[in-house]
Design a protein around this ligand. Structure first.
Ligand SMILES: Cc1ncc(COP(=O)(O)O)c(C=O)c1O
Length: 435
């Protein structure tokens, strides 16, 4: 029998943690154990000063000159190049702009347009995704399917493989998946799934919202087609931060031109124009990923996002994403083991796969009754996770700022909330707009 884990065991893990210095990069509130970096990353210490500088000096003093002098105009590409280092992209393949939803709209439109171009007979007209994919992805796909005469087919995770072979595979245009599921934390094998979809003749769009900055991703190595992701989760870019998109060079090379068959992203705006300051009436897409820009870059928000991305890049000197991943797995394993050890009999069931390759950086627990109220009772005690309907208590583990002792303390609070039944108090049952 393995000996029970103690708080001392956790403290020893912290003492040996080579990523521990990264915690100093963050402005963590006193007394809070933050297990929600998968929803909104913590404020980096550098952000307030940098944003203040953008506002006071770059905007306040230098005013419009800052588009050139401070490089505001290149911010989407500059921050994009930094994000590329975290997701296996090359310089010039990623831009930071707009929201994840909008970026999905852009890349999925291009994916559908390129299928149409290569399949004029209309044999491939199905987009496949998971029923449990994040709703915004499904809504965007539904909207595009309606506009362009495609069918959106939603399947369970274990039904995806069957969609990639036989007659289903022949009809498949695009497989659109989220790499790490927002609700369960389940991770897809990106390389294998991409290869199988390509073998079926389809394109693949990956949503990296719960992957970028949390798990190693190698988009070029996996030969993916398109990817999008959030700036405000593990990239610590701040609420509503610009998102990012990546496009494989083989697709970037096909974009552009102004003939009848030119392949454009759908939100043709002046910032994606080849020469925005020529102010010509006709659209000519900029080469490369810049062509995926639409309107004016959000300079203040991009400054904050850059600070957030830098906190993840700081791990490069300490073993990079491989080290981040190793600590993430250790934290999530510890949490799951402590819940099993200390919360048995309280009706919690683990939703996240235990096999490392099959999970991201979160642990989700399910409870029939009171899941929302338990999360609220934990938040009142300073342990911040979140709730996802129906019945899921969701805990994200950001290795950059979490300690092993935090995991112990969080589970100690969970044990107390369950044992005392304090979650039954009326105040923990009031539903807020954001859960
Ligand atoms: C998988 C996934 N995609 C997209 C989004 C959100 O997209 P947006 O930033 O456009 O609201 C989320 C938000 O949690 C998400 O989990």
């Amino acid at each position: 029998m393995t000996p029970p884990i103690t708080r001392d065991t956790c403290a020893a893990l912290d003492a040996a943690d080579t990523l521990a210095p990264l915690r100093d990069q963050f402005d963590l509130p006193e007394g809070v154990i933050y297990l929600d970096g998968n929803s909104l990353g913590v404020l980096p210490r550098a952000t307030a000063g940098r944003v203040q500088d953008v506002i006071r000096r770059e905007w306040g003093q230098d005013l419009i000159q800052s588009w050139n002098k401070a490089g505001w105009i290149d911010y989407p590409q500059r921050v994009g190049d930094k994000i590329a280092r975290l997701v296996g992209g090359q310089p010039g393949e990623v831009i930071a702009a707009d929201s994840t939803s909008l970026n999905l709209y852009k890349v999925l439109s291009v994916a559908l347009a390129s299928v149409r171009a290569s399949d004029p007979d209309g044999r491939r007209r199905v987009i496949v995704s998971e029923r449990d994919n994040f709703p915004t992805d499904l809504y965007i796909a539904e909207s595009l399917a309606r506009q362009h005469g495609f069918t959106l087919r939603l399947v369970e995770t274990d039904e995806i493989a069957a969609q990639l072979t036989g007659t289903a595979g022949d009809a498949l245009a695009v497989l659109m998946l989220t790499h790490v599921n927002y609700r369960t934390g389940r991770q897809h094998a990106m390389a294998d799934v991409t290869a199988a979809a390509h073998a079926a003749g389809a394109l693949v769009v990956w949503d990296l919202a719960h992957s970028a900055g949390a798990v190693p991703v190698d988009l070029n190595g996996c030969d993916a087609d398109f990817a999008i992701g959030c700036g405000y989760k593990y990239l610590n870019g701040g609420p509503g931060s610009p998102a990012f998109l990546w496009v494989h060079p083989r697709h970037l090379a096909r974009l552009g031109g102004d003939g009848k068959d030119a392949l454009w992203q759908p939100l043709a705006g002046w910032m994606g124009h080849a020469a925005p300051f020529e102010f010509t009436p006709g659209y000519r897409p900029a080469a490369g990923v810049t062509g995926f820009l639409c309107g004016t870059p959000s300079a203040i928000a991009l400054a904050a996002l850059e600070c957030g991305v830098d906190t993840v890049l700081a791990a490069e000197a300490l073993g990079g994403m491989a080290a981040v991943r190793a600590k993430s797995l250790a934290l999530t394993d510890l949490f799951s083991a402590l819940v099993a050890q200390r919360c048995a009999g309280h009706g919690l069931t683990l939703q996240t796969p235990t096999e490392p390759a099959l999970r991201g950086s979160q642990v989700s627990l399910y409870r029939d009754e009171g899941a929302y109220a338990i999360v609220q009772a934990l938040i009142a005690r300073g342990v911040v996770g979140d709730y996802r309907a129906p019945g899921i208590l969701r805990f994200g583990f950001t290795p950059l700022y979490l300690r092993f002792a935090d995991v112990w303390d969080a589970v100690e609070h969970l044990v107390q909330v369950l044992q005392t039944g304090e979650w039954r108090e009326e105040r923990f049952h009031q539903r807020a707009a954001v859960t």
